[in-house]
Design a protein around this ligand. Structure first.
Ligand code: BTN
Length: 264
């Protein structure tokens, strides 16, 4: 039995209006993010989704590699063409929220959360990561590429990932249909995009509730160094900045990749 992504089943069940209607599948590609980055402006549209069963040069945050077993997981990138760049970081968090909701929906009752800035974790182990890149034309955003890797059916992680990573299969004890999960995820992302586009506060509240450490006193890592002081995590604002209350009662804001968070 082939474990390749079942394109016809996926397309048959696709119920979005625009997200994934232009869907491009590759058995192998260096990186779905890189593939999209290289396309000309008119050969990619708002809502294009590119999925590969195998990436030979998958990329993660902080110039790391994203290496996982072929045919077992979801590795894909989505293209969004927002009309303005304000608050685009919130879109990455909105996608992370959709992954959290999708896992919650599996109803096996475990804690799943967003680890600032771009991971989704189940019981402190990473199950998904997001890598967002943008293409600008002058000072105007032309496209946003949100690359998403979700560990679905992989059963073993080697090296340091052994301690740090998990998959839906490991967490739930059963295999999952990637086509079905992707359909659900795209539906959710399409809906959250509309909330983001209308700047509806409900989106920020939903994200905040799922960020690890929300409402708690946490420690910060700035430029790789753990800070002495602790801060209370107040959540994100409309611009996607993370707001923190310091011990003196002042509010400080941090951009997407400036800081990392240590929760107790
Ligand atoms: C991270 O956690 O470091 C981010 C990982 C992002 C991986 C995805 S897989 C699909 C897309 N293509 C890539 O090369 N990277 C992203």
């Amino acid at each position: 039995m082939s474990n390749l992504f079942d394109l016809s089943s996926f397309k048959h069940h696709l119920s979005t209006h625009w997200l994934g209607q232009d869907f491009r599948y590759f058995e192998t590609v260096p990186s779905t993010n890189t593939y999209i980055k290289k396309l000309t402006a008119d050969s990619v549209q708002h809502g294009t989704v590119v999925l590969a069963d195998n990436q030979t040069r998958g990329r993660g945050q902080y110039q790391r590699e994203w290496e996982i077993d072929p045919n077992e997981n979801l590795t894909f990138s989505i293209v969004l063409k927002p009309t303005e760049a304000t608050g685009i970081h919130t879109l990455t968090l909105a996608c992370a929220l959709c992954i959290v909701e999708m896992v919650d929906n599996l109803e096996y009752g475990t804690q799943v959360s967003i680890k600032w800035p771009n991971d989704v974790r189940i019981k402190n182990k990473k199950v998904a990561g997001l890598l967002t890149e943008s293409v600008f034309l002058g000072n105007k955003i032309e496209r946003l590429i949100i690359g998403i890797g979700i560990n679905i059916n992989q059963r073993k992680f080697s090296g340091e990932l052994h301690q740090k990573a998990t998959s839906l299969r490991l967490a739930t004890g059963r295999r999952h249909l990637r086509e079905q999960l992707l359909n659900e995820l795209l539906r959710r992302i399409e809906f959250k995009y509309h909330l983001w586009n209308r700047k509806l506060p409900v989106l920020y509240r939903q994200i905040n509730r799922k960020i690890e450490g929300y409402g708690q006193w946490i420690r910060l890592v700035v430029d790789g160094k753990v800070q002495e002081d602790s801060y209370k995590l107040l959540g994100i604002n409309e611009a996607g900045m993370l707001l923190l209350l310091n011990r003196e009662g002042g509010i400080e804001s941090f951009s997407y990749e400036q800081i990392r968070i240590i929760t107790n």
